[in-house]
Design a protein around this ligand. Structure first.
Ligand SMILES: [Zn+2]
Length: 247
């Protein structure tokens, strides 16, 4: 995977950067919605956030990233572990997980682990994106185009802080608390009011071209610096990393 363009190297879009940082400092404010046209650096800013965040302590071996200090919000596996003694912990990066528009429900909520089912005849749960996003950020680019059934699902989980999967003979529930970060172009579709309510902060971004020459030159330097470090400098990689604004 290509390295993200550094958050602090993005030129301009101060309001958007402030909103993302505020949500990172105090997730209880609710998610962040960034509205604007393509090419305004929205996705780049969100993906660049991961590198800024300090590590968090999680229960070692927990597939859901449970917080060892919040004993009333542990998954069933960690509750069993606590009954046996003190929880082992480790440090892990705060997750920033991408939920792509074409993601299936299985991928989002988790599903039966088919490999284990076929190889060992065991019914095991393969956690999905909601499990990976626990205690971190769930990023939906073009959130206004997300399919209705996924929106319903996100609303349920965001309200309860828990993902409940009851199907294929599985019965699993695990904590799933995350800051929802959405971006989209309002001209391409409206956001459902219930989903809009999940965002505590909303920012509109526009394509702002820096007018002064030194700023423009600096933007080009930063883009070049980021593309040079990419493995193989693929065309895709270059596109992913040209996330600064306005040149
Ligand atoms: Zn756990």
């Amino acid at each position: 995977m290509a390295a993200a363009f550094p958050f602090s190297a993005i030129i301009g879009q101060d309001e958007m950067k402030l909103a993302i940082l505020v949500a990172a400092v105090d997730p209880s404010l609710g998610g962040v919605l960034v509205l604007g046209e393509r090419g305004t650096g929205k996705s780049t800013a969100v993906r660049g956030l991961a590198a800024l965040l300090p590590q968090m302590r999680v229960v070692a071996d927990c597939r859901y990233g449970c917080d060892p200090s919040s004993t009333d919000e542990l998954c069933a596996e960690c509750r069993k572990r606590t009954a046996k003694g003190v929880l082992k912990t480790r440090l892990a990066p705060v997750p920033v997980i991408d939920l792509a528009l074409g993601a299936t429900e299985d991928r989002v909520v988790g599903a039966l682990d088919l490999e284990r089912a076929l190889a060992h005849g065991e019914k095991a749960f393969e956690p999905g994106l909601l499990a990976r996003a626990h205690r971190g950020f769930l990023y939906v680019d073009e959130v206004n185009l997300l399919e209705d059934h996924l929106v319903d699902l996100l609303l349920d989980v965001a309200a309860s802080g828990e993902n409940v999967v009851e199907r294929e003979g599985l019965s699993v529930r695990h904590p799933a608390r995350f800051v929802l970060v959405g971006s989209g172009n309002p001209e391409e579709g409206d956001l459902r009011p219930q989903l809009l309510d999940r965002f505590g902060l909303s920012v509109e971004v526009t394509i702002t071209t820096p007018q002064d020459l030194p700023t423009r030159v600096e933007a080009v330097h930063r883009r070049d610096a980021s593309t040079v470090i990419l493995p193989a400098s693929s065309r895709l990689g270059r596109q992913r990393n040209t996330g600064f604004v306005g040149v």
